[in-house]
Design a protein around this ligand. Structure first.
Ligand SMILES: [Zn+2]
Length: 203
């Protein structure tokens, strides 16, 4: 099993929503989870507050071994592309992950697309790159790799409750989280799941 796993997200909550159950499963099995969050998410909050504390608590609940917090400007990632690539390259060099979870490119949020593109460049020596979805992922996202998170779904829901500032968003509702996980699992006839598009998958 992969030992060091790097999960990359643009904003606080991206990682938890997209692959939180899978990370919890891997952490429980003994993997070291490194979560890298590229912004503090001020634009997504009513008062522009720093949401990184919420995210760190949520990621810790899911079993993250460390959380690497950066401070790129929310919604302005395309103008910071090269700097983001550098940060991700340094993380890959330091961690030597066997697998990276990053954001998928089929997304209407410019920050998410930039994270995807920068990851593909920076993580070029990582054997496994799996791309996760977000609430702004486009309908054409068609996952090909699935992780059954039946056992981890309750933990994922509890972890996401740490995002109190985002509690009124539709995708944070417990019913939505359950339905979405069931939908992904149903696509391949298994229990509640998270779905991924592999960019590269060396077995
Ligand atoms: Zn985001």
């Amino acid at each position: 099993m992969a030992h060091d796993i790097l999960a990359i997200g643009a904003h606080p909550d991206d990682i938890e929503l997209g692959c939180g159950g899978s990370l919890a499963k891997l952490a429980f099995a003994g993997a070291r989870i490194h979560a890298l969050v590229l912004s503090r998410g001020g634009r997504g909050c009513h008062d522009g507050a720093d949401r990184s504390d919420e995210s760190h608590r949520a990621l810790r609940r899911l079993g993250a071994w460390q959380v690497l917090q950066h401070d790129f400007p929310d919604t302005c990632f395309p103008s910071c592309r090269n700097a983001i690539i550098s940060v991700l390259e340094q993380a890959c060099e330091a961690i030597q992950p066997q697998r990276v979870y990053t954001m998928c490119g089929e997304d209407h949020h410019q920050d998410h697309r930039t994270v995807h593109e920068a990851s593909i460049v920076a993580c070029r020596s990582v054997p496994q790159i799996l791309c996760y979805e977000s609430p702004s992922t486009l309908p054409q996202f068609a996952p090909q790799v699935f992780e059954d998170i039946s056992v981890q779904l309750e933990l994922k829901i509890r972890a996401l409750r740490e995002h109190a500032s985002q509690g009124d968003r539709h995708y944070m509702q417990e019913s939505h989280l359950r339905c979405h996980a069931q939908f992904r699992g149903q696509q391949v006839g298994i229990g509640p799941s998270e779905g991924f598009l592999p960019h590269r998958l060396v077995l």
